[in-house]
Design a protein around this ligand. Structure first.
Ligand SMILES: [Zn+2]
Length: 459
């Protein structure tokens, strides 16, 4: 299996540290608002990766964090506190906001048929682990304290730049008006490990005791502390969006490797953002969609999953309502065809191999989908197609295992009536065709006229 590793900027052969076990960590949602489809696409991508690993025979332990501590709207220790903002907006407590949106998030993930992580780790339930890690960094000489926070001193960890490949002089300093500038900060890239409940955070709702005073952890530290707790100090795969390459993931590497002296993660996988009508998704452009927006327009959540599969995760998808409609049609078509197939028997080895090759080539899902449709169009018996489709769907996750075969047996009389009706239709005898349709309906069946064929359904 080949995966594109951001760390080496190459497609690499995947070799886990301790096969057949694979440790997989996903940066999860910040639960202060509904997750938009851009973020959902990232988690569907992780689900495909996990299913692909399972398909290849690996034993996967998937850990996802839930950021429920109050954090800032920018990952550079700036901006407003997200949880407090959410609480104010909805007249709830920060804890209620976190609970509400975590539930909503996993509900949406279920609807998209994404496997639940083996471990869901909430930041607020791992404060002790985060404090322990900061203590280790302090002992190793990577931290310094100001009146407002404890910072990681990036200048002491030159490898900070290895993931992003940026050079210090290329980094721009974010000088937005709302940026919180700690005048005691040594250099602009230093990031907070612990915020003290003082100054602008004097009224911060979520706070805990620590060796550096009452306060709350920085965002980055939770991922280092929780991933290492559940997957060990070195593990196989860490995923995220490309927005994490600049700050969040370098910070995770610095914290983890600074504490342990060991390599933190072997493979870094990053997903490109999806575009909406060729534009970046943003609240101000009004093109910020959630799964609910999609279902309210009459689409099935699985249509979104299908659509996401049509683009490679490193190319990104341009989402349009038209493309979603096409995805919905393709999916309905797939389900209809699948329903007609005979009971599964020995599959089509050749196409299964082709499918695996596509998936193992850095998760080439567009190619994998094409192989799936080639199988459907092939001359293999339907039992073989069904067998192979069910296998492929272990990776694609389109829910074919839940599609029921048509159980109602169509009686010979009804079949005869349908044949007669088809004949009448060919002869353009619409009156007779209509009479026959009524007779068929009396028998408890419905006819649906397709392009060339008539479909029979039980009522
Ligand atoms: Zn993270």
């Amino acid at each position: 299996m080949k995966l594109y590793n951001t760390l080496s900027r190459k497609k690499e052969e995947f070799k886990p540290i301790n096969p057949p076990n694979v440790g997989l960590y996903t940066c999860g949602p910040t639960v202060y608002w509904s997750t938009h489809i851009g973020h959902m696409s990232k988690y569907v991508g992780d689900d495909i990766l996990r299913r692909a690993l399972l398909y290849n025979g690996y034993k996967v332990k998937h850990v996802m964090n839930v950021t429920d501590v109050g954090h800032l709207t920018s990952d550079e220790d700036a901006g407003e506190d997200k949880m407090e903002k959410g609480a104010k907006r909805e007249g709830l407590t920060v804890w209620e906001v976190a609970k509400k949106y975590e539930k909503e998030f996993f509900g949406a993930m279920d609807a998209l048929n994404a496997l639940r992580p083996d471990v869901v780790a909430r930041a607020t339930e791992h404060i002790a682990e985060q404090i322990e890690l900061i203590k280790r960094l302090e002992q190793n000489g990577y931290t310094y304290e100001t009146d407002a926070a404890v910072f990681f001193d990036v200048s002491k960890f030159p490898e900070y730049w290895k993931l992003s490949g940026q050079k210090l002089e290329e980094k721009k300093i974010g000088a937005r008006e709302d940026v919180f500038i700690d005048k005691q900060k040594k250099n602009p890239y230093d990031f907070a490990l612990w915020f003290k409940r003082t100054g602008r955070f004097a009224n911060h709702t979520m706070h805990w005791k620590s060796p550096w005073g009452d306060g709350f952890p920085g965002w980055h530290i939770e991922c280092s502390a929780m991933s290492m707790k559940y997957l060990g100090e070195s593990f196989d795969i860490h995923t995220g969006g490309i927005d994490h390459i600049g700050v969040h993931h370098p910070a995770e590497i610095a914290q983890s490797e600074g504490a342990t002296g060991k390599p933190f993660v072997k493979y870094w996988i990053h997903r490109v953002f999806i575009m909406i009508d060729g534009q970046k998704m943003s609240k101000s452009l009004g093109n910020f969609f959630t799964l609910k927006d999609i279902t309210e327009r009459g689409f099935k959540p699985m249509a979104l999953r299908y659509l996401l599969l049509t683009a490679h995760y490193r190319t990104g998808l341009n989402f349009t309502w038209k493309s979603l409609e096409a995805a919905q049609n393709a999916l309905d078509n797939l389900y209809d065809i699948f329903k007609e197939y005979d009971e599964p028997k020995i599959g089509c080895a050749e196409l299964e191999r082709e499918f695996l090759k596509a998936i193992n080539d850095d998760m080439d899902t567009p190619k994998a989908l094409a192989v799936m449709w080639n199988l459907i169009k092939s001359n293999y018996p339907s039992a073989a197609k069904k067998q192979s489709l069910l296998k492929m769907d272990k990776v694609l996750g389109l829910g074919l295992d839940k599609v029921k075969k048509k159980t109602a047996k169509i009686p010979a009389e009804v079949k005869e009536l349908v044949a007669e009706r088809e004949k009448a239709r060919k002869e353009k005898n619409w009156v007779k065709a209509d009479e026959l349709r009524k007779k068929i309906e009396k028998e408890g069946f419905m006819v649906e006229d397709m392009d060339k064929k008539t479909k029979i359904k039980s009522k």
